[in-house]
Design a protein around this ligand. Structure first.
Ligand SMILES: *[C@@H]1O[C@H](CO)[C@@H](O)[C@H](O)[C@H]1NC(C)=O
Ligand SMILES: *[C@@H]1O[C@H](CO)[C@@H](O)[C@H](O)[C@H]1NC(C)=O
Length: 222
């Protein structure tokens, strides 16, 4: 009996130990925010979507078609992201994964500096040559970059600001998986200079050490 007790105790301690390491990560939000309310009857959209009865699930719930088609890159930044997340494939709900196709216009097309608040990204280039990178958090703010060719894979860790820039003379194409059913995107320039309503220009003038006219100009562009 004593032997069994020590084995049980050892197992309990071992599992406690495992839990200690396994829980070294914050729970992931599935939306930008989820303000708590006292009245559960007025709550909506907590932890993603409501679930369909699994008996009624069909192949279409797990299917998307069209990622063979390039997005139109005739825009200010020269890129186009086609997102296949839980909005496009309802079966992705709760599975913590999604996919994008990114098209880049020839030389200079870029996916501008942005961050995914809820997902790490793993990107594979299938056509063209991309200069990619991300910046680590304060205080180092270290830039980590790489030139990628077809078949090359690069990882952008969750939350970090990153970009891709087409340095080849042809259109470029990449696909990327993201570790969230809805990773979200914050494009830095849009969020900072294009917020609605605008951030007081005095804040941005001081924060970015810019002339106030330049801030007003940037706010008009974004
Ligand atoms: C991306 O491409 C699609 C399909 O061509 C187009 O409808 C959409 O407007 C494009 N988005 C941007 C931001 O250019
Ligand atoms: C791409 O978008 C531009 C600007 O909106 C438009 O003029 C052009 O016709 C589009 N090209 C295609 C192939 O849809």
């Amino acid at each position: 009996m004593k032997g069994i007790h020590s084995i049980l105790l050892a197992c309990f301690l071992a599992s406690a130990f495992t839990c200690f390491f396994a829980s070294a990560f914050d729970p992931s939000p599935l939306q930008d925010f989820c303000v708590a309310i006292d009245d559960p009857n007025n709550g909506v959209f907590v932890n993603g979507k409501f679930c369909k009865d699994p008996k009624l699930a069909v192949a279409e719930d797990f299917f998307f078609s069209g990622l063979n088609k390039p997005g139109n890159t005739s825009n200010r930044v020269g890129s186009n992201v086609t997102t296949v997340n839980v909005e496009k494939i309802p079966g992705l709900n709760t599975l913590g994964i999604s996919l994008v196709r990114i098209d880049y216009a020839p030389y200079g097309g870029q996916n501008p500096p942005h961050t995914h608040p809820r997902g790490t990204e793993i990107l594979v280039v299938v056509q063209g040559t991309l200069y990619v990178g991300f910046v680590t958090s304060n205080p180092e703010n270290r830039l980590i970059t790489k030139i990628l060719n077809p078949g090359d894979v690069f990882v952008f860790p969750i939350g970090l600001i990153h970009f891709q820039y087409n340095v080849g003379n042809t259109a470029a194409v990449a696909f990327a998986g993201l570790s969230s059913q809805n990773a979200g995107v914050i494009t830095i320039a849009n969020a900072v200079f294009g917020s609605n309503p605008p951030i007081n220009s005095d804040v941005l003038t001081k924060a970015f050490q810019l002339d106030k006219n330049l801030v007003t100009y940037l706010q008009s562009v974004f």
